[in-house]
Design a protein around this ligand. Sequence first.
Ligand SMILES: Nc1ncnc2c1ncn2[C@@H]1O[C@H](COP(=O)(O)OP(=O)(O)OP(=O)(O)O)[C@@H](O)[C@H]1O
Length: 687
Amino acid sequence: MASKWTAQDGRTYPVDVRQHEDRLNSGTGTGLGAWLAHRAKPYTPPWIVTGAVGVAGAGASQMWADSAPAGVGLTLASVALTAAAWWAGKATGPQRRLHSAITVAAGSSWFTSAALAGPLTGPLPDLYLMGGATVALSWNIRQLMRTADGETSGESSSDKSLLEKVGLARTRLKDVKVEPNRVTVPYELPAGELTHEDAAKAIPRIASALDVPTTAIRHQEDPESARKGAFVIVPEDQLKTPTVWPGPFAPGQSVAVPLRVGVYDDGSDLVLPLLDAIHILIMGMTGSGKTEGALDVLLELFSRKDVVVWLADAAKAGQDFQPLLPAVDWAALDTPSAGAMVAAVQAVIPARTAWLRDHGYRSWEPAAAERQSDPAHSCAASGACGCPGMPYLVAWMEEAAKLLRDLGDDTFTGIAQEARSAGVSLVISMQRASGYQLSTDTRASLPAAMCFGVRGDDATFALPDEVLSAGANPAAWANKRKGYVYLVSAGVDEDLYANPARTFWTGPAGQYERMAGWVVDTFAGIRAEIDPVTGAAAARVAGDRFTNRRTLAGTPAAAPEPKSASSESASFAEVQESARHVAALVDPEDADADASADLPPVGVNVGIPQGKPSTEEARELLDELVSMLASVGPGTVAVRDVKPYLEKLGRDRSWVSKELKRLATEGRLAPTAEEGTYRLVPTLAGV
Ligand SMILES: Nc1ncnc2c1ncn2[C@@H]1O[C@H](COP(=O)(O)OP(=O)(O)OP(=O)(O)O)[C@@H](O)[C@H]1O
């Protein structure tokens, strides 16, 4: 028999609630008496049983009064019945089991005594009346409570039916933890029936049932169990509004301190522990935010004291990095220079490894970057050697697809495998790390990944299967969610691998240059220079391309005069404030449409006239809004996007709807398959 029943209200109840309903519904008659009888009917069975026991006891006394064998038999039967009731109640709750056993014990004892001594002997009539009524009433109370429970259990029943719908029937949900914008639902799958894989597969259906984006749900496995885990639901996308770069995380400190490059959706810092990550693959489709992410990492690196950056960007000739180039030790901005840089990286690895070994370092550590004044790290026969330190080296290969094609990616495999202990990190940025672009060996030797929005199944090239099945879905972002990223790296809590984050925004053109300039100048004095060992090894293979690197890249030969961070802090605050001001212009509603670098410059805010604007003014205002949306990138516009401005327009939704239609007939917007939604025409930018 099914243990559940769906009522007309659509809710699921235990089956005994249905029996109760049936008992209430059966029966006819009118008037108060009939109504009372009708309401009391479901509670009569315990009383009927009590009456039956009384009648049976009286009857039995006629047969077995004063019979010794009957006494033995009835006593044994009474014990056996009580034991049977206890045994049969195994599957029910402990309360019900005890209640049943006590009832059977009381009833059968009275029956035995009544049968042997007569029902009216001694205290038996009182016991019958008081005990029988008490037991019958106790069952009525149970019944009442259960009915009330059944009525209020709709919620957990609907939880159960939700779990059934999403393919996780009989899964038990436990101590749900609710925090602001985050619900953690620990679960236990039915033993032997479902696995973590089934839980992960249910994510899209759970998202659909809860009406949230699939990326709002993550799945965490309990590493100790094959059936325990948790779903984490983050209903509101807190990353919609870009976060302006808040300044260096650990200014003047070692590169061993993780780099802060963005925020997770709970507001916590997105940090990249470079020394744990070792080599990094940065992947994302065009326009997804790779360059911005690179800027965040570079800004952090350029504010540290013991790291040198070599940057190869033949594809774009360093176009996006211009303001930072003075802080780059070697910028290879054409293919031959990039090739020379790769050869130099290959050559410096053994030289650096030998130096580290000679100075008693098993692998690079911050102390290796200092002048070697410790006898424990000396290459001299005795005492401290005083050799100059060896800073960490980051070899950054931007838009590396072309470089890999030109050089063959075996070169990178070798570098990646040997560079680990030489204090060299390789960063490879590309749009698609497919097998065609990057061999499996090279991919395997880049242990960390920053994966921005991608197309189709490309995420599989960057993110491990378990991260994808835990809910990571960068294809849902494509290049619409600029800067959204998953970070997978040693040194990062594994539960965060499938957690969306967003890199910092360095601001629109103009702001970024100022921020970059501030970092370049402020930390010029503490930034490390290349050490003689690495420099000599690079010069040996790259020749003039290395020794004349400053002139070739058009950056000053010597580092600018150091400036103290404090004397510049006011200027940074100014720079940042200005960028924040621009960020504040981005309404959260518009964030989907790419609230980013291409925003109109500060001051091109939509001019909102005071009071109810005339039709002319309202049209002008709407035109400006549409132009602004179009200027921040491709996307669509519908009445709902204009909702926050209705008050300022002094018009209602139907007016906006008509006006959007008018703009579409004028070719200012393009109609889409969805009625009332129009594609923004990018050529409108700046109109
Ligand atoms: N975290 C972010 N917050 C706000 N805007 C961002 C963020 N990241 C990137 N953007 C904006 O998105 C746009 C595209 O970013 P970006 O140039 O970094 O993409 P990309 O992946 O490097 O593209 P391409 O491969 O074409 O160079 C830029 O206008 C940028 O300012």
